[in-house]
Design a binder for this molecule. Structure first.
Ligand code: SAM
Ligand code: SF4
Length: 352
């Protein structure tokens, strides 16, 4: 569909009744102010902890169009979403994705959205960084698990480290604030964590370490990949002085300041420390399925109400019903008794 960016800007976004204008609050009193949208399940990498080597992807016809994605995001923004992250799969491989960013930028301009951002593997940043900045994107997350070309290739199966590093340069040159995400993998990139802290902080980038989560069937055993961040933190503390910070980005990361570098280091520890009590987010897949919790299977179909009528009334009703079922938390576990995935879908479906 070749609808122009101007058409996207005209998509309906204003709630039509008092009910539709009410902010979304779940049964545990948590206001839903953060939406993550996976705009594609496809990716140019096949990271070993994220995807199987021979992934099969959804037929393109199942995906929401860019116009539908815009309408869906706008409905959430009308109900109190202040932060919107586009993710994937790899969001920058979705055809014409810049049209979605350009359309959504109107919510930044109107003040109804505080932040429009993305999580990317960086492979196409060299190309898109200036356009992202022009759309009002200010901060981005780039996933980088290794700065050793061979390890990088082994983890991503098909990524090119030099291209990603050029992408990070391009993002910084375009004025974007870059945060690096690094999944800690036992025996794979453990030894690179301390050098990665030095490198990221010297370039004025925060670094967040992530525990591998048991999502989707993959070839390696999760237990073989899983490296508890409690162990990692103890190791880092042998090299640096770490001071706990109250700083939050609205996500589950807990931050410390590294005294020697002056930089920030985040820890996302879904397994060793459950962060669900402050969860303010929900996730939508590229087919319009709303997941109320990353670690639970309950989901709501938003594509049907979205396509059923040009008005958003049915969509708002479906969103409300779903938020009323948001569970208290996930129950991820990786140990000898729980080697399989906690949920059958891969992280690339809901976008991390
Ligand atoms: N392709 C983009 C990227 O890699 O940044 C966005 C999607 S990716 C699914 C989002 C984040 O999820 C990445 O930082 C990735 O490292 C992380 N991730 C993927 N699978 C994971 C898993 N099983 N456990 C923990 N983090 C995972
Ligand atoms: Fe692709 Fe990101 Fe998953 Fe790696 S982590 S396979 S880059 S979606």
């Amino acid at each position: 569909m070749n609808q122009s960016c101007t058409d996207l800007k005209a998509a309906p976004s204003t709630p039509q009744s008092q009910t539709e204008a009410r902010p979304l609050v779940d049964p545990f009193g948590r206001a839903i102010s953060y939406l993550r949208v996976s705009v594609t399940d496809r990716c140019d990498f096949r990271c070993v902890y994220c995807m199987a080597e021979d992934m099969s992807f959804l037929p393109k016809a199942d995906l929401l169009t860019l116009e539908e994605l815009d309408r869906l995001c706008s409905a959430f923004i009308a109900r109190g979403t202040r932060k919107l992250r586009l993710t994937g799969g790899e969001p920058l491989v979705r055809r014409n994705i810049m049209r979605l960013f350009e359309g959504l930028a109107r919510h930044l301009e109107s003040g109804s959205l505080d932040e429009l951002t993305l999580t990317t593997n960086g492979s196409r940043l060299g190309f898109f960084a200036p356009e992202l900045a022009a759309c009002g994107v200010r901060r981005i997350n780039v996933s980088l698990d290794s700065r050793e070309p061979e390890t990088f290739k082994a983890i991503t199966r098909r990524g090119d480290l030099a291209q990603v590093l050029k992408g990070i340069d391009a993002a910084q040159n375009a004025g974007l604030d870059v945060k690096i995400n690094m999944v800690a993998l036992k025996g794979v990139n453990e030894a690179e964590i301390v050098p990665m802290i030095r490198w990221a902080h010297a370039r004025n980038m925060d670094l967040t370490l992530i525990e591998v989560m048991p999502m989707g069937a993959i070839e390696p055993e999760r237990l073989d990949q899983y490296l508890p961040l409690s162990t990692v933190r103890a190791e880092i503390a042998k090299h640096f002085t770490l001071r706990d910070l109250a700083y939050r980005t609205g996500g589950p990361a807990r931050y410390v300041e590294v005294a020697e570098t002056g930089g920030r280091l985040g820890f996302i520890t879904p397994l060793t420390h459950n962060f669900c009590e402050s969860c303010n987010r929900v996730r939508v897949t590229c087919t319009g399925t709303l997941y109320m919790c990353l670690g639970q299977e309950d989901a709501a179909d938003l594509r049907t109400p979205l396509r059923a009528a040009p008005s958003d009334a049915l969509l708002h009703a479906a969103i409300e019903d779903a938020i009323a079922r948001k569970p208290k938390g996930h129950d991820f576990k990786i140990d000898r008794a729980h080697k399989g995935p906690a949920v059958p879908r891969h992280m690339s479906v809901t976008g991390g």
